[in-house]
Design a protein around this ligand. Structure first.
Ligand code: ADP
Ligand code: GN1
Ligand code: MG
Length: 364
């Protein structure tokens, strides 16, 4: 790869570079925080290397992001909001492109760092989680009139759990390229025994009982920027998977990550439980913005969707473990297996508490 300084020089940044450091904790892309000095004024930018194994069509991906961010910026401005804090602002390359292709074929893009912002990797109070629910619910509401058909599907069938089971999990198991299947028989059996979960939402969608909407599809807590001072959730980020999807995916994926009493890769499974207070808080926040547009079938599947998104993610980590860690970034050899066990333990706990989760939704 070209040296990072040469890549930085390709973008329209103002000032001279003071610092470049790796930033954030995403599992897919590599993110850098750049600090520039512009005659005494500090300018910060995010530079991101997009993972080409995951996102194959960078032109269409970046086109999606530019369309969505321009639309959001207009909506936010017309509601009297601050589009520079509440929506991402991408920086073009010096030759006017949306991204830069490095010599080794990897892609880089950049956006303005939202000042005085912070992201969280875990929830320590329900208000914080509720605020993220407001942000993702609002994101969905603001995009409700956006033409979904104009968006490219950056990862086709991203949350089609049945397709993931049939075309990714089972083939990975059959091939067992890393010889790891013997070490995770319990997890494999756990997933197979729950195959009946996989098609429930896509079937309801195919029957026209739940509508396709423009959704974020990766609603992890650390994909929302919070204001450091006010604690308010200000901006939804990580827009690579904004595509036509189901509101239930966005709700469920947030619960998967934020209502787990432990981190997604906690190895001590006795710490992995569903926190019902956090579940309630998120539901209150999300539904306060997006709730009025949900139909009865969507509402009655919010609890199940939380379980399904957790199951799907567990199955994806297990698949990647079987495939030899080719998709998610890992920090040690068993990392994907630890993540899979964790997510499947959370599924088991959600199964026990599903009636209470449903009750919470009914009472809202
Ligand atoms: P990934 O796809 O790898 O998860 P993200 O787009 O979520 O990448 O970025 C990784 C992290 O970088 C985020 O969790 C956040 O902490 C930080 N970040 C990204 N964009 C911005 C921004 N515009 N302003 C401030 N922080 C940002
Ligand atoms: C990935 O990029 P990041 O870290 O926000 C993944 C999500 C998973 C998540 C699990 C494009 O999200 O689908 O739910 O890891 N993103 C992609 O933590 O596959
Ligand atoms: Mg992210």
């Amino acid at each position: 790869m070209e040296k990072i300084n040469e890549i930085i020089n390709r973008f329209e940044f103002s000032g001279s570079l003071v610092e470049c450091r790796v930033f954030g904790s995403g599992h897919i892309n590599t993110t850098y925080l750049l600090t520039f000095d512009d005659c005494g004024k500090t300018n910060k930018y995010i530079l991101q290397q997009v993972n080409p194994n995951v996102f194959k069509n960078i032109d269409s991906l970046m086109d999606n992001i530019f369309k969505v961010t321009s639309y959001l910026r207009n909506e936010i401005r017309s509601c009297g909001g601050d589009e520079n804090r509440e929506a991402l602002h991408y920086i073009k390359t010096r030759d006017g492109k949306n991204y830069y292709i490095a010599e080794d074929g990897s892609y880089f893009r950049s956006y303005v760092f939202v000042e005085n912002s912070v992201t969280y990797n875990s929830v320590d109070n329900p208000d914080l989680f509720k605020a993220s629910g407001v942000a993702f619910g609002r994101f969905q509401r603001l995009l409700s009139a956006f033409p979904a058909e104009s968006l490219f599907e950056t990862i086709p069938d991203f949350h089609n759990t049945e397709k993931r089971f049939q075309t990714e999990f089972l083939p990975a198991l059959a091939a067992d390229v890393s010889g790891r299947a013997a070490s995770c028989e319990n997890e494999i059996e756990f997933v197979k025994a729950r195959h009946n979960y996989c098609s429930r939402l896509v079937d309801l969608q195919a029957q026209g009982k739940i509508p396709t909407r423009v959704t974020h599809n990766d609603t992890k807590l650390n994909n929302v920027l919070f204001d450091k001072d006010s604690g308010r959730a200000i901006c939804v980020i990580d827009l690579d998977t904004v595509m036509p999807g189901l509101a239930l995916y966005d709700f469920g994926d947030s619960i998967r990550f934020g209502a787990n009493t432990a981190a997604e890769d906690e190895a001590d499974l006795s710490k992995v439980l569903i926190n019902l207070d956090y579940f309630r808080a998120y539901a209150e926040g999300f539904l306060s913005e997006a709730g009025h547009s949900l139909n009865e079938t969507e509402k009655s599947n919010l609890a199940f969707a939380s379980l399904l998104m957790t199951f799907e993610c567990g199955m994806r980590f297990l698949t990647d473990y079987l495939n030899g860690d080719v998709y998610f970034k890992t920090e040690y050899p068993e990392h994907n297996l630890v993540r899979a066990k964790n997510q499947l333990a959370l599924v088991a706990d959600m199964e026990k508490h599903l009636p209470e989760m449903e009750e919470i939704i009914n009472n809202l």
